[in-house]
Write a new protein. Sequence first.
Length: 365
Amino acid sequence: MGHSGATLLVGSCEPFSGKSALVMGLVQQLRDKGQSLRYGKPLATSIEQQTSGDTLIDDDVRFVGEIFDLPPSALLPSLTSSTPEPTKKQLATGSLVAPEQALEQLRGVLGVGEGITLLEAAGSLNEGLLFGLSLPQLAHGLQAPVLLAHAWEDAGSVEPLLQAKALLGDQLLGVVLNNVEPDQITALRAELSPALEALGLPLYGLLPRSPLLRSVTVGELVQRLRAEMLCCRERKDLLVETLSIGAMNVNSAMEVFRQQRNMAVVTGADRTDIQLAALEASTQCLILTGAGDPLPQLVSRAQELDVPLLKVEHDTLATVGVIEQAFGHVRLHEAVKATYAFRLVEEHCKLDQLFSALNLTVQHA
């Protein structure tokens, strides 16, 4: 199926399905092949780095620009953002932005560009309806093909994809499944590929579940837990991949710690035996819950080993809940994750087939 123009929409049925990793892989491949490209998000979803008066550019777009050293002209501004203020303002009007109006604005931003334009839609199929910028509205308005990133758990995971197919019709070019258990990839590729193809969902890749891509920085945990950092403030960039709870006796704890890597350990402020054991394992940060201050020798040992020590007001259960919620729900804004993401996409996605489906004759540089 041929699609006019060289615009590709990257979307998902649900937030945090792996769109950013897929975009990184696409940009890397296109750059390697000497293809000129532009990238943007019509509806910005994260604008923490935005300064007032500046052109509205989503944080993810800025990050891709930095990682790949793209010229400013390659980074497309957003029309608006789905952050609370503009959303509240639009809702107060009691009306929706007409898709035609949004598209006219978007065409103004896009102009006539060389090469391929990658547009990343918001997190779900509905997000952006208020602004006329949902994925189906963009796909039909621009007559642009859509590549979906979708987290795969089991056969039931196909249901949201069928809904997407119903909404997107022929604009749906295909899907890349993410978060697949590594030992299932070969079997799934053999079983799923023909079944999805028959349902109008061509499969362009299966990305294995990655603890690194789901990991969170110590700094992110400090922010989410509103934690006090007792030492090693300069180590906020450390990545936490797993979580251990030090609630058992010290021998059992050591056994658990030995099996984990790059972990955050959550334990009561009064469990000095567990705390000292955790510092000797593959611990990226130690989080103390409940009343009481840590012993001075614990703080100095943590400093010696460069392990950040965090103190939180919550109890252990609430703390664990916040951390669990953070895994896999953070933006991909670390260079080490970006490098890993484009390697994953390169190894596990059939991008040449994708480019030929787009009628893109991508030349090797």
